[in-house]
Design a protein around this ligand. Structure first.
Ligand code: ZN
Length: 227
């Protein structure tokens, strides 16, 4: 562990806390307290392919303290969690053929939501992952419609309809590229699938998907194939 003077000062002003449960950390703990590190719900699902993605992987199961942590990250200003989340995502991405990935990209929030929140949580995640994997970060999508949040909808059909046509490809960021797309939570995969489809229509060669957390909800309805 490195002890840069600025880091030491910041740690005194803002003592580091466990990303999952919020417990104050000791100098030898990093990101998580011992208890959360031991019980981290690592997503053990095998890499699988869908009609859009050549491979989908996730770092954690979306449950318990992970859910609380991601909600704080998205809605309570804990943007600094992205550094820890990026490391978790990088660990999950070893299942992918990383040597084939040209660049990392993300599923953006709408301009209105980004303005209210002050940051785009998926972009921060993608930036942290790109840094950890030493890959370029490229902006490829824009959200052009402000639709209701997916969490307010109860069926996979409603979720699919809600995201239809909400993304537009930006410039030529996707053309001819093999992209790794990043998002926070994979529930039915409707949002990611729509974003991935937009990238393929814009000329992306291949798209893989990495989610920070994977929900078990709706899992039985998914049509996926092992890689
Ligand atoms: Zn903890």
């Amino acid at each position: 562990m490195k002890f840069h003077p600025v880091t030491v000062l910041l740690d005194l002003i803002y003592p580091p806390k466990c990303v999952l449960c919020g417990t104050l950390l000791t100098w030898r703990q990093h990101d998580f307290c011992d208890s959360c590190r031991k019980t981290l719900p690592v997503c053990d699902e095998k890499l699988h392919r869908t009609e859009v993605f050549d491979g989908v992987t996730a770092a954690l199961w979306y449950q318990g303290a992970v859910r609380g942590s991601i909600l704080r990250y998205k809605f309570s200003g804990r943007s600094h969690y992205s550094r820890c989340y990026g490391r978790l995502l990088a660990a999950a991405c070893v299942r992918l053929p990383l040597e084939e990935v040209d660049a990392v990209t993300w599923i953006p929030v709408s301009r209105r939501r980004r303005w209210r929140r002050g940051y785009d949580q998926s972009k921060l995640l993608a930036a942290a992952l790109a840094k950890a994997l030493d890959k370029p970060l490229v902006s490829t999508l824009r959200k052009t419609k402000h639709n209701p949040p997916q969490s307010t909808l109860t069926t996979p059909e409603e979720r699919r309809a809600n995201v239809l046509g909400v993304y537009r490809a930006v410039g030529h960021g996707a053309a001819g590229k093999r992209l790794l797309l990043v998002d926070d939570v994979w529930t039915t995969g409707a949002t990611a699938t729509e974003a991935g489809r937009t990238l393929l229509l814009a000329g992306a060669d291949t798209v893989w998907m990495a989610a920070l957390a994977r929900s078990r909800e709706f899992k039985e309805n998914e049509q996926v194939k092992p890689c």
